[in-house]
Design a protein around this ligand. Structure first.
Ligand SMILES: Nc1nc2c(ncn2[C@@H]2O[C@H](COP(=O)(O)OP(=O)(O)OP(=O)(O)O)[C@@H](O)[C@H]2O)c(=O)[nH]1
Ligand SMILES: C=C(OP(=O)(O)O)C(=O)O
Length: 200
């Protein structure tokens, strides 16, 4: 299966507020952008990924990514609004769509490839984040409508809506998002991409 990957990214100055206790506003801004760059670079390098669509209003990030991905304007409506706009762009071509959150700085292309191979077998599927309650990857096969329910408790919401929880390894880097300060040590241990490495 060939995939289009949709990555939403908040304006960096507004992102990762849960890290405010340990990082200054300017460090958080640089970190959000760097994590997005590393996540996108891993997606671009993943076998079976044909296109990467980034939905963001962040002007510096748009400049950094121009020419390497397709950029979609922020539509409003928060995270799920952004995801829907990316899916609309992607599925115009009736392709398999994977929504990947943009805060996975340790993501490795081989781990994403493994997850997408598992997703091949299901109309709709998802990968739960490291603590099992959130979603880092949401997938749908060609022609299957996607109804994103990202936000707190999204793993259960996606499961209720008929997405299959994919059995990726417990240590897959697809699961390792950064939400709270403890997650920074965890991604550093796994090994982050170069942009995030430079910030950390
Ligand atoms: N385009 C877009 N992306 C979003 C939006 N909200 C969240 N995201 C992205 O979705 C991913 C997961 O978001 P969260 O884990 O909630 O991150 P966050 O909102 O930066 O973090 P907190 O402020 O700590 O809640 C990250 O890549 C965010 O940049 C939004 O309104 N628009
Ligand atoms: C956006 C999500 O949550 P978090 O902010 O915990 O990454 C989610 O898992 O859907």
């Amino acid at each position: 299966m060939r995939w289009v990957v949709v990555v939403p990214v908040k304006p960096a100055a507004d992102g990762k507020t849960r890290l405010a206790g340990v990082l200054s506003a300017s460090a958080r801004e640089r970190l959000v952008r760097a994590m997005a760059r590393d996540t996108v670079a891993a997606a671009v390098a993943t076998p079976d990924v044909d296109r990467v669509v980034v939905v963001t209003a962040d002007a510096p990030l748009r400049t950094l990514l121009a020419g390497t991905v397709e950029l979609v304007d922020e539509p409003g409506g928060g995270l799920n609004g952004a995801v829907r706009a990316g899916i609309d762009r992607a599925s115009a071509a009736d392709v398999a769509v994977a929504v990947l959150l943009g805060d996975l700085p340790a993501l490795r292309p081989d781990d994403l490839a493994d997850a997408l191979r598992l997703a091949d077998a299901h109309d709709r599927a998802f990968v739960a984040d490291a603590d099992g309650t959130g979603t880092t990857l949401l997938t749908a096969l060609p022609g299957v409508p996607v109804d994103p329910a990202f936000g707190p408790g999204s793993a259960a919401a996606h499961e209720r809506a008929g997405h299959v929880r994919l059995a990726v390894g417990a240590t897959s880097t697809v699961r390792r998002d950064v939400d709270v300060p403890e997650d920074l040590a965890e991604v550093a241990r796994l090994g982050v991409g170069p942009a995030t490495g430079a910030v950390l």
